[in-house]
Design a protein around this ligand. Sequence first.
Ligand code: SAJ
Length: 434
Amino acid sequence: MLMSIKRICVVGLGYVGLPLACLFADKGYETVGLEKDRKKVGSINQGICPLRGKEPGLKEILSTVVEKGKLIATSDPEICSLADAIFVCVDTPISDNHKPVLTFLKSALTEIGKNLKKGTLVSVESTLPPRTMDNFVIPLLERVSGLRVDDDFHLVYSPERILPGNALESLRRNARIIGYRDHDSLSLAREIYSAIIEAPIHQTDIITAEIVKTVENAYRDVQIAFANEVALACEELGADVFEVRRLVNTSPFRDMHLPGSGVGGHCLTKDPWLFASSITHGSLPLISTARAINDSMPKHLVALATGALREAGIEISRSKISVLGLAFRKDIGDTRNSPALVVIDILRKDAKIVVHDPYADPPIEIAFTRDINEALRDSDCAIFVTDHSDYYKIDLQELARLMRTKIIVDGRNLFDAKKCREKGFIYRGIGKGR
Ligand code: SAJ
């Protein structure tokens, strides 16, 4: 007879774990968040959200569930022994040479194993290289706990599908995959996830679930790389890639993605590598090539800027360059792996840089402002890296008045090239051939 789940422990209170813990607590489950970062624990226990960026609804639900005593954060791993269900939401980054780094996962599973009680459901949500559950998670949990998977504790793999910047809504609305071993684990996992997820819940075996999660992001990364490669071709051919994309997508079963400044964030930049790392016989050239193409886009943006400065006769070492957009995606504050950081790192060696972003805070020491006029005043080149909604409202007349040299470098198809040139700008845009 399966016990029903009453007490929840979420391990790792970041972009995934904190919204997850809030949703469970909001549904009335006694929820404890296990978090190593004591500062974060302190903020959460005061009902204050420690995450950067807007995250609609998260601040409100967090303060409500903390006030009701339904969510408590702690750094004490012994709390796991009181849980009926434990959700592992720790980071699984990659190293500089694109290899999986499972140290956070190992530390979390070791703490869980030491405090694991019989009958508990463990659901791993972190994105994993396929085969990690069988080859790493199960052996570690069994060794540390002395318990046997399936016989003594239940285990599923249910990868998160959260969209940073809209974590709560995407958690509720995105379909969920549960990779399971036996039916008891599946029914427990279905019971608990259907309490918070309003979308379909699909079930499959564990290795398939591991592959699905890494492949769904590798798929998107390859699609974007294709769009970027066509954009570079259009620059040479003198065509507008966005017109090409519009018409390509009128053909059935086409879905050409958007080319641009590059691919940032914490999903598409690492999950293709997690997938590729699981293949030991042979390689996955398309996936690694796509990563290289997307990683080259910020450098291409810099090349467009230096070419335009040269055309205007401006010595880059004496120029002021405005970088508009620090976040890796529009209208959010998350700067993880942002293309803008690459652009800034290259240009700051020679030019005076001022960075603007309406939401993100700079993760590096750099001249930064929330005031777009200040960022653009007396500038020789405005590089638009992120398509924040504010930037679509920029008046070209006003921009021309503010800048010292009228150069626009457009990483996200924010402007109409013809209109810019009519206003006397030197205009360069990703995928916008002259
Ligand atoms: N990007 C392009 N062209 C596109 C789409 C995106 O250049 O056509 C760039 C974005 O500017 C950004 C990067 O790619 O720099 C990633 O964008 P994203 O929309 O994929 O946003 P992420 O990284 O937050 O991706 C997450 C992923 N969700 C999970 O891993 C659970 C991804 O699988 C989702 O498809 C995506 O959110 C989403 O849009 O929901």
